[in-house]
Design a protein around this ligand. Sequence first.
Ligand SMILES: [Mn+2]
Length: 346
Amino acid sequence: MPTDIAQLEKLLSEARNIVLISHFNPDGDAVGSVTAAYHYLKMRGKNPRIILPSTYPANMSFLEPEDPADRIVICETERGKALGLVAGADLLVCLDLNRLSRTEYLEEAILSSSAPKILLDHHIAAELDRFDLAISDIKVSSTCELLFRTLLQLPDIASDPGRIPLRCAESLYVGMMTDTNNFSNSVFPGTFDMAARLIARGVDKDGLQEKVLCCYSVSRTRLMGHMIKDSMKVIPRHRAAYMLLGNHDKKRYHFQPGDSEGFVNLPLAIAGIEISALFTENTEGGYVRVSLRSKSKVNVNRLAVRFFNGGGHRNASGGRLYIPLEEVPAYFEKALDEYSDEEKFS
Ligand SMILES: [Mn+2]
């Protein structure tokens, strides 16, 4: 058994109250990885609980634990409960985040807890030294893929996906499917291997796809039309396109969390567009959320780190800007002007 797996097995076997945490604005991989870990730990007779810093997209709600007492705690609305869980944990597991600051209001509580801390993540530049055990690999599609591989190495699963509880397997599949944009980005040979083995395990691929991907409201579909037709601007000299999503449009189209999922990928379907950006005004104000995507030869991680207070992956990164939404177009163009070819194609 590799050393990190042996250490993981030791930490899991010694703990009972295990708290699973993922990042602010949780996506499918965040919800998938914490719920997958929950269902696995439940099978082991542990007392796992899940905390997310903010609310998650409604199409993921079927992944929630069935026991009402174990429902996911959203820190933004139930801060006291969330902090109480962290304080009472004898093991903390962070999934799908590279920096503790991505847990927002939970960062301080996590740092002041004396419980051992585990990280399981697939982002660049993870804060490995802040954890007792870090399982970090950027050559996987998703945290769910990394978790799948990790579970297979644990003694009770012993390389047999048939021993993974079905609900855990479903969560793993959903996280991988959403993080790869349904098998279109960051897909490795191991990703198809995982999909094949989970389907053989009994995961209903078509059913999950319908639940997660065919779930939009009429207003979300109209908002998407509005974004492409009225908001998208193309900057031909930089082979880039961007869209702005302001609070006015959110209100007009009855915006719900998760509604803008996938919008940033749309301009990449245009021939010759290599960089796409979506700038979303935070509902509470204060900052603009930045999502960046690129075609394979262009690196948007460096762009996100240098100009947008963020980072992520080579072809999919995010960040924040602390300027009014109307100043974003000029800032974005200036950033692209200053982004050298050396950085862009590195
Ligand atoms: Mn992820």
